[in-house]
Design a protein around this ligand. Structure first.
Ligand code: HEM
Length: 514
């Protein structure tokens, strides 16, 4: 329809051209006005097939819910809406220019969108472009048949059997983190530090060894090029609103005369260089098709199905998707344990009884069977999912729970909201209560398989879930066994959302050696 308005506007303009010298003064503003009325009022309120879906309260006639959603990717305030709106499968909210977004609220609807009709929805092109710059054109960005093929080829590297064998590697790296933190605490046995950077380096080192068979050792070398590059990507403060617009325009106008050297381009250049070098080394060491290594890239390499370019992209994807998410989860775990010292104490007791300090042999069996450790890990992942929201676009006209969804409609899958839904988790859904997992370890007492969304579900769920859970449990266990942890600063935490939702400005804690 918008295209028709523009065509009619052009015809109008041509007719006026013959009769007046200043046709643009009338035709252009008029066409824009009609376009605006169509987009902001007529489509969303009169013609859209989604117009009868329930909406959250507080929507403005012209600007929709934009003012209520300053940080959409964090999954807030969707986590409140889900408990305020009656039990319906889909909810509509409106963003800038009344652009409609469909919020998927019920478990059967999530099953339909993520599993039964997964390939009828794709990630938005803008998201794929943005992620592709940082993650490479790997699994996260691939769509349709290409995604199916790549996922099938990579699955063996993430199989349970394979990830189980990586636990000793995770544990060794976790003990190295404790060692460097012990150096920080020194003779007094106490130190105050920002834990986020240490955790990001620990998870990067784990991915280096377990993903590539390569020791980055960023724990001892914080200025390692890979570390500096990721800081450039993840700590990019984006200017907001008009300033961002002005910068974008300036960059566009100056791009013919200025080289494109924004910090993300510089960082991705470095990362691509590192990935290329690592893969060349690995191929040289092991031969192009046969490899005996336990790490993910060796397992992928041994399939003989990947070109160097494909491996490079996958490597970049695993490094970025894998280390930042787990580091953010660990940061939230530390935060939660500071807020709930009794939980921290109980966890330490279990760890010190089951994993004596001198015991260096830790296996998947020894960690996966510690009930309170598993309960704490599950509860942190539920209450603080590092990715709060993911989007999908309908690639063709389709039906969801009987509701017509036109091609191009944007769907919001709000992981955080589902994880905190009282309908799925009970009245205490918003409370941090690891005990809920002790009685029913598989589902935490929720009423649906789709209640826990942190790793998503279906063919596009997190391929690294087992890997992430293993390293998370090892790092948290080693940390809590060795230190008591308290918040070093009072005051509320502000959540900042980039690739993940994490505390703005890091998390300052006081570590005391136990
Ligand atoms: C706590 C840690 C992690 C969390 C919470 C997490 C969460 C997620 C989520 C929600 C998705 C779906 C994104 C979307 O479709 O919009 C995803 C996809 C993915 N994750 Fe993770 N992830 C974690 C760790 C890891 C690790 C350690 C790796 C690899 C070593 C990894 C690799 C991937 C890949 C490759 C995909 C794309 C899968 C596909 O599209 O088929 N993730 N992750």
């Amino acid at each position: 329809m918008a295209a028709w308005i523009i065509i009619v506007g052009c015809v109008f303009h041509a007719v006026l051209w013959k009769s007046t010298r200043w046709p643009t003064l009338l035709s252009i503003p008029l066409t824009l006005f009609v376009l605006l009325v169509w987009k902001v009022l007529l489509w969303p309120f009169v013609f859209s097939p989604l117009r009868r879906l329930p909406e959250p309260k507080g929507g403005h006639l012209l600007t929709g819910h934009t003012h209520l959603v300053p940080n959409e990717r964090s999954g807030m305030p969707h986590d409140e809406w889900i408990n305020e709106i009656p039990d319906v499968p889909l909810v509509r909210y409106r963003m800038r220019w009344n652009k409609e977004v469909v919020f998927v609220t019920s478990a059967p609807t999530l099953a339909e969108v993520l599993v039964q009709k997964n390939y009828e929805f794709s990630k938005p092109a803008s998201l794929r472009r943005g992620l592709g710059r940082i993650l490479g054109v790997g699994l996260i960005v691939a769509e349709g048949q290409e995604h199916k093929t790549q996922r099938k080829l990579l699955m063996p590297a993430f199989s349970h059997r394979h990830v189980k064998n990586l636990y000793p590697v995770f544990w060794e790296q976790a003990c190295r983190l404790v060692e460097v933190l012990e150096e920080e605490t020194g003779k007094t046995g106490q130190a105050t530090l920002d834990i986020t950077d240490w955790l990001a380096r620990a998870t990067l080192d784990i991915l280096g060894v377990a993903g590539l068979g390569e020791a980055f050792d960023t724990l001892h070398h914080p200025d390692h090029e890979i570390c500096t590059a990721y800081r450039g990507v993840f700590e990019q403060r984006r200017p907001a609103g008009r300033i961002a617009l002005l910068l974008m325009m300036a960059r566009h106008v100056l791009s013919p005369v200025l080289p494109q050297r924004d910090p993300i381009s510089v960082a991705t250049e470095t990362l691509t260089g590192v990935a290329r070098r690592l893969i060349a080394n690995k191929t040289r060491q092991t031969g192009a098709s046969a490899s005996g290594g336990k790490d993910i890239i060796s397992v992928a390499l041994s399939s003989g199905q990947f070109t160097d370019r494909m491996l490079e992209n996958h490597l970049l994807t695993f490094l970025a998707a894998g280390h930042e998410t787990t580091a953010t989860t660990l940061t939230w775990a530390v935060y939660a344990l500071c807020l709930y010292p009794k939980v921290q104490e109980r966890l330490r007791e279990e760890l010190r009884q089951s994993l004596p300090m001198q015991d260096s042999a830790v296996t998947a069996e020894s960690l996966d069977t510690l009930p309170y450790l598993q309960a704490v890990c599950n509860e942190v992942l539920r209450v603080y999912p590092p990715a709060g929201l993911t989007r999908r676009i309908a690639v063709r006209d389709t039906l969801v729970q009987g509701q017509f969804i036109p091609a191009g409609t944007e769907l919001a899958i709000v992981l955080r909201a589902t994880n905190l839904s009282t309908r799925l988790w009970g009245a205490d859904a918003r409370e941090f209560r690891p005990e809920r997992w002790l009685k029913t370890p598989s589902g935490g007492g929720s009423t649906s398989n789709y209640a826990f969304m942190t790793f998503l579900h279906g063919p596009r769920s997190c391929i690294g879930q087992g890997f992430a859970r293993g390293e998370f449990a090892c790092l948290l266990a080693a940390l809590v066994r060795a230190f008591t942890i308290e918040l070093a600063e009072d005051g509320p935490i502000v959540i900042e959302t980039g690739l993940t939702s994490r505390p703005r400005g890091g998390l300052k804690v006081r570590l005391t050696h136990v």
